[in-house]
Design a protein around this ligand. Structure first.
Ligand code: URA
Length: 202
């Protein structure tokens, strides 16, 4: 088997293993785990926070409202989502039931830490040239320190310990929640941040 096929098979096995993961309490309440998707050898790994309601039901990352916004940005930048490896810092949906709805809850550091080894394994197998952190949870998980997204956004940050290159920007949900009057400017600023990675998508 080629290295690529072996790594693809190993990712599939990890995906199955995350579904059974109970290293933190989230797995017991979610429908299923949502593992990353994309090709081994993808130049860019995009990391979000955790699956949302739709992702939890479908079993794929970034297919809900935040994912739709991300897809729009990918199209606008002339990238192709199939060439990206897209994943999350946390593999199970954390929520609070409110009536019939399941409201997103930000994962705690303990949950992010418990899930971190899955992300490391994805990185080892995919071997991306760089990562994009969508939001503070992803940035912290990738860089191993708290990250002030608004200060560090839009530039390549190199982790001295691992040599990992990370482009930090906002999570798409922050744009969806933002002031409607600022929406256009926020969108343009987000695209500008993301475009720093366009050199890797050629
Ligand atoms: N938000 C995320 O961070 N990840 C998803 O997969 C969906 C929404």
């Amino acid at each position: 088997m080629s290295h690529r096929n072996e790594a693809t098979a190993a990712l599939k096995a990890l995906s199955v293993a995350t579904d059974a993961c109970r290293e933190c309490p989230l797995g017991a309440h979610a429908t299923q785990s949502v593992f990353g998707e994309g090709p081994v050898g993808a130049a860019l790994m995009v990391v979000g926070e955790q699956p949302g309601d739709k992702e939890d039901l479908v079993g794929r990352p970034f297919v809900g409202p935040a994912g739709k916004l991300f897809d729009r940005a990918v199209a606008e930048l002339g990238w192709s989502r199939e060439k990206l490896y897209v994943t999350n810092a946390v593999k199970h949906f954390k929520y609070e039931p409110r009536g019939k709805r399941r409201m997103h809850k930000t994962p705690g550091q303990r949950e992010v830490d418990a899930c971190h080894h899955w992300l490391e394994s994805e990185m080892e197998l995919v071997q991306p040239r760089a990562c994009i952190a969508l939001g503070g949870t992803a940035a912290r998980s990738l860089l191993g320190r708290p990250v002030a997204v608004m200060t560090e956004r839009g530039q390549w940050v190199e982790d001295a310990a691992t040599g990992r290159r990370v482009l930090v920007t906002l999570h798409p949900s922050a744009l969806l929640r933002g002031d409607p009057l600022q929406r256009e400017a926020a969108w343009e600023a987000w695209l500008k941040d993301l475009s720093m990675a366009s050199e890797l998508m050629k």
